[in-house]
Design a binder for this molecule. Sequence first.
Ligand SMILES: [Zn+2]
Ligand SMILES: [Zn+2]
Length: 763
Amino acid sequence: MVQGVGFRPFVYTLARELGLTGFVGNDVHGVFVFAEGPPSLLERFRTALSEQAPPLAVVDEITATAIEPRGDETFEIALSDSSGQRATLVSADSATCVDCLAELGDPGDRRYRYPFLNCTNCGPRFTIVTDVPYDRPLTTMAPFEMCADCAAEYHDPTNRRFHAQPVCCPACGPELRLTDSTGAVLPGDPLDRTVAALRDGEIVALKGLGGYHLAVDAANPDAAATLRKRKHREEKPFAVMAPDVAWARTLCEIDEHERELLESRRGAIVLLDRRPDAAVAEAVAPGNRQLGVMLPYTPLHHLLLAATGPIVLTSANLSDEPIAYRDAEARERLAEIADVFLGHDRGIHMRTDDSVVRSFDGRELPVRRSRGLVPEPVRLRRELPRPVLACGAELKNTFCVAKGSNAFVSHHIGDLENYETLRSFTEGIEHFERLFDIAPEVVAHDLHPEYLSTKYAAEREDVELVGVQHHHAHIASCLADNGESGPVLGVAFDGLGFGTDGTIWGGEFLLADLADFRRLAHLERVPMPGGDRAVKQPWRMAVSQLLSCYGTEPPGGLEVLRRNEPQLSVITRMCEGGVNAPRTSSAGRLFDAVAAILGIRDAVSYEGQAAIELEQLADREERGHYPVALPASGTLPDPVAAGAASPPLSVPAGQLVRAVVDELRAGQRGEVIAGRFHNGVAELIARLCERLRDATGVGEVALSGGVFQNTLLLRRAVDALRRRGFRVLLHSNVPTNDGGICLGQVAIAGERDRRGGNSPERG
Ligand SMILES: [Zn+2]
Ligand SMILES: [Zn+2]
């Protein structure tokens, strides 16, 4: 990634320092250099090219050939060849660099306190690019004509702002504007008035890099509660922006790797363990052990936070809608939520939510891959024979366009359930195809016929369609994330995914590579009374699990049954008759059921809430676990020899539910039960993988699926597997949840294409 990141000026300066002559230029393949001088200096030049490259540059490879000297007298930057620029990459938006920060705080600098300063090493990129080549006229900076001072910097190869497309200053660039919801400009200094509004407990709509945020003082209980109420977001945690790491340390425990993640130029939200004494209002992240924290990543944030201390900063939308990013639209949609609007006249072309990451074992686990990371490609181990579009899943949708060995995973699109999100999805695909000059010939999609992403795929013309089973995609995504191709034992634990047998899967043990998979085992199936309603009401899953364990005579004294007494007979009939009660092997629903049995909650207001709270409740010191009796080794199906005729093993996960019920009735504390349940699931995973290793000879395990966002389960499962000698593959480039599905779809479609046949998934 060498375009728009100051690479040519860097080469120019380096060559001049070493006294080399020649030139540097761009072409479709990247940067080329002609350098002439003594061999020892050329060698130093070459080493420095990769070792001292600018912060935003990514150098994959340097190749060199000896040619005849040309006898140039100087070293110059060659003008861009305007044809075929598209293969060079657009970089991700980047947090304000230290040099720009120094200028921001320097009263003698002409950009002192200018909220839009940036340079080649930082600032907006992906969000402002309207088309390629990446050049100012094709960004939302096009309307701003550079002043003479900015133009001089822009054209000076030795300047930090050489060819920095968004370069600007107070004389020529965008300016802040504080308005009310009608768009009427409020008098006074916009920044000072915003600070005052936050201090007064008002809600501010704040225009950021990828869209509008809503901000309130994080320590003000009334303001946080009002924001929660107006946003109709009853329990989902808000993120907090802290002025700097020292401030963040007063809110959360931060280790060295977490500090790196916080201070990274990507500016992601980092999920951290919250300190008991954190000065954050209860309504910010109710009942949550963790807090999502980010640091200022634009000059505007820096100016604001220096005056306010930590603020809540959450995507400006009503629940489930995409983030607002156009000024008029934001004012309209947020009129009932925000008191004032701090905007500006630099447009946002691609709306992009904040990325969310966490640290695990000293590596990064992405939860949401968006601003700051997109559109950096994920490198595929093998080149794709033909360009691929993968349409992803339905919830937490991302898509991916891929060519050669680059897979461009999109920013977080969201849940494809309303018109706005669907439009974001289709427009996003068009934009990516244009930006990276990719015309997909193969289109991969989920097997679920009702996903809007599947329907979109079916409407694409002149392409080869490839249906990919949801959990196979999860495991392939984990393989591709690690640059591996299997075979691997894939443990895919998530909410719901369409199976090859027409039932709903979600607690799967697969033998998988990038081309194919076999379903070796799954959690035993239980009815989901009411279908989707059972997702929103975990108590229904509790009833279903109890019926499966005990028949119609569950042990007495269970509060979950008492609480839901009026509907119990209806739900029981649904489960028994199989009417509107599809059976599922979902691990997510098992966690839901246990959460409801423990009285954590009967209904959820966002996806995965019950399971998250079950994890929060668990005593992390607890080492005991509930056992599950696996069938003797001899009774396992022979996954290699028996072929598709041999049915997968059904794992009696209901034994975990029985253990939970027994301990609950014996008066055990919920914290201990939740801990032992987590440990029990981890042991079940490890012991079953051991059996499957005996049967298959495969000693690598890939863990994927939304349930593994549960870091307690992940910790215990990884430890239990490693104790048994397994090599364990985890995600680090794309999320383990459905936001990572599209990468797996690309890997599978590519591998099948390579093998010359896209046979349907059979499992
Ligand atoms: Zn900078
Ligand atoms: Zn200027």
